[in-house]
Design a binder for this molecule. Structure first.
Ligand code: UT7
Length: 307
């Protein structure tokens, strides 16, 4: 048994906050933010439920399936709207899905974790699953802290996946974490994100590259055979360093961070859907997803694209 991707969708809040907007309240500059992160603007607003519903609905419509035929939803998020119940409950209700739903928190690696989980569950349970990554990081961002405020944004992305009797599209994956680094990126209940940016940067490149290599080796695929790299959208320099170390051309990376900022669990589906909509993928192309995040978690997955 394997997994087939049936539909994809995204949602972003209407409100655009540019670097110039942030210059008005923070000791920062458009030039610094672009040079150090690659981010030019981000979207702010809505709830995690709204963004998950928006992205999920778009993916279901694109898949052309009855929402009630989807027997499970996995919502990757680090910013649930409430502690209890899980945000996935309201999203499931608003979309009219059947079966169960749960939230999954693996920070910015969350979407890869959710996709791998869906792939496993398809072989034993529901034959259609909605996988969503949605975040409202703006709610846990300290807008007076220039170290973090310039980086984060809100958004959502989703895939509808279905079981198939053959190998399917998910060829290999690798998930992991290093809890010794859990203190370098954290937010307490009711608090804001605190981050040792330099330390996260160093470790991010290393874990993303190592995880991606394990996934490629498992699938017996060479880096130069990868058509599209869909990395977590945290910093353009992390992505470029990872490309160089992996031996994947920088031009093969899907990038949306310049207009979305870092949207944690939403960033990989936002970048993937953008690449699909730009026509960057043809049937048979190999797509490598690679994420890292608080925990410190990492996850990578290799997909053979089939529209
Ligand atoms: O998904 C979550 C994962 N998070 C990440 O992946 C973030 C990883 N880290 C990064 O992306 C980068 O470390 C940052 C973008 C956060 C920072 O870039 P950097 O090149 O590592 O800068 P830095 O922290 O070494 O700071 C350089 C200087 C410092 O000033 P001094 O000490 O050299 O005088 C900072 O105080 O830049 C200063 N600085 C700023 N200046 C203008 C820090 N933030 C800002 C700012 N505007 N917003």
């Amino acid at each position: 048994m394997g997994m087939r991707i049936l539909g994809w969708g995204t949602a972003l809040p209407d409100k655009v906050v540019t670097n110039a907007d942030l210059e008005k309240t923070l000791d920062t500059s458009d030039e610094w933010i672009i040079e150090r992160s690659g981010i030019r603007e981000r979207r702010i607003g809505d709830s995690t439920t709204d963004l998950a519903v928006g992205a999920g609905r778009a993916a279901i419509e694109q898949a052309g399936v009855d929402p009630a035929s989807i027997g499970l939803m996995i919502l990757a998020t680090t910013t649930p709207d409430q502690q209890v119940p899980a945000t996935s409950a309201q999203v499931h209700h608003e979309l009219g899905l059947s079966g169960g739903a749960f939230d999954l928190n693996a920070a910015c690696s969350g979407f890869v974790y959710a996709l791998v989980t869906a792939n496993a569950m398809l072989s034993t349970g529901p034959n259609r699953i909605l996988v969503v990554g949605a975040e409202t990081l703006s709610r846990i961002t300290d807008w007076t802290d220039r170290n973090t405020a310039v980086l984060f944004g809100d958004g959502g992305g989703a895939l509808v996946v279905e079981s198939v009797p053959d190998e399917g599209q998910l060829l290999a994956w690798d998930l992991g974490l290093d809890a010794e680094a859990r203190h370098i990126l954290q937010a307490d209940h009711g608090g804001y994100i605190k981050m040792d940016g330099r330390e996260v940067f160093k470790r991010a490149v290393r874990v993303m590259v190592d995880s991606a290599k394990r996934t490629l080796e498992q699938a017996k695929v060479r880096p130069d055979e990868v058509k599209l790299l869909v990395p977590h959208q945290a910093n353009i320099r992390i992505i470029q360093a990872a490309c160089d170390r992996l031996g994947i051309d920088r031009e093969k990376a899907a990038l949306v961070m310049h207009r979305t900022g870092n949207t944690s669990s939403a960033s990989i589906p936002l970048a993937l859907v953008d690449a699909i909509e730009q026509g960057r993928l043809e049937d048979g192309d190999l797509v490598l997803l690679a994420g890292f995040g608080a925990g410190m978690t990492w996850g990578s997955a290799l997909i053979r694209w089939q529209a």
